[in-house]
Design a protein. Structure first.
Length: 207
């Protein structure tokens, strides 16, 4: 949280940035709720969610490029605030915050039904295909939740310009999902059949 605050307030040059304070409150409450849930109900998944050390070279390259866009998504709104590039109406800021919260809710629904939702791309012994809940709509609902959060975040922070790196981030997640499926098709029993049943990777009715 302090690092995120630095990314917001340092570019803005002020702590008088109510949009950033509201966004961090929305971030803090769901994260604390998910942390408590995982500690009590699924500590093994908590370990998977904090795991680092991606093994696949393609995934490491995607993550490295994604990090640059993530930084831009978080710092551009602060500069926008400082220099007054955008004028996002309050109603749109609030709507974007609701979308951010919806993204966290989708994220929580994913971890409730999939105890193997690791942070790194891998297939563990005993892992099974999950086809219920959000996985009945798209094959990568965790990535969809991230897209929803990151697309709405610049607007929630009062910036139109911050949407540019958010849009650019979407193809990177799409590439990560496509590369991940190469592993799942080969190593996770039943995944090929699941792909035939749930046709869309990220966006229902689109792709």
């Amino acid at each position: 949280m302090p690092i995120i605050g630095l990314l917001f307030f340092w570019p803005a040059g002020t702590f008088d940035y109510w949009q950033a304070w509201l966004w961090m409150a929305i971030l803090f409450l769901p994260l604390m709720g998910m942390f408590i849930y995982l500690i009590k109900r699924d500590p093994a998944l908590l370990e998977r969610r904090v795991r680092t050390g991606e093994q696949r070279p393609e995934q490491r390259r995607i993550i490295a490029v994604s990090a640059l866009f993530l930084i831009l998504i978080f710092i551009l709104p602060g500069f926008d605030k400082r220099f007054g590039w955008s004028s996002v109406p309050i109603w749109l800021v609030i709507l974007a915050d609701i979308l951010v919260l919806a993204g966290f809710l989708l994220n929580f629904l994913v971890i409730r039904v999939n105890s193997y939702a690791s942070r790194v791309v891998e297939v563990e012994q005993g892992q099974q295909v999950i086809a219920s809940g959000p996985y009945a709509l798209v094959r990568h609902p965790m990535y969809l939740s991230i897209i929803l959060i990151l697309f709405a975040t610049p607007l929630a922070l009062g910036s139109f310009w911050g949407i540019i790196p958010s849009i650019a981030y979407i193809p990177l997640l799409a590439a990560r999902a496509k590369n991940e499926e190469e592993l799942l098709v080969n190593d996770l029993q039943g995944y090929r059949e699941y792909m035939q049943k749930t046709r869309y990777r990220l966006f229902p009715g689109i792709w």
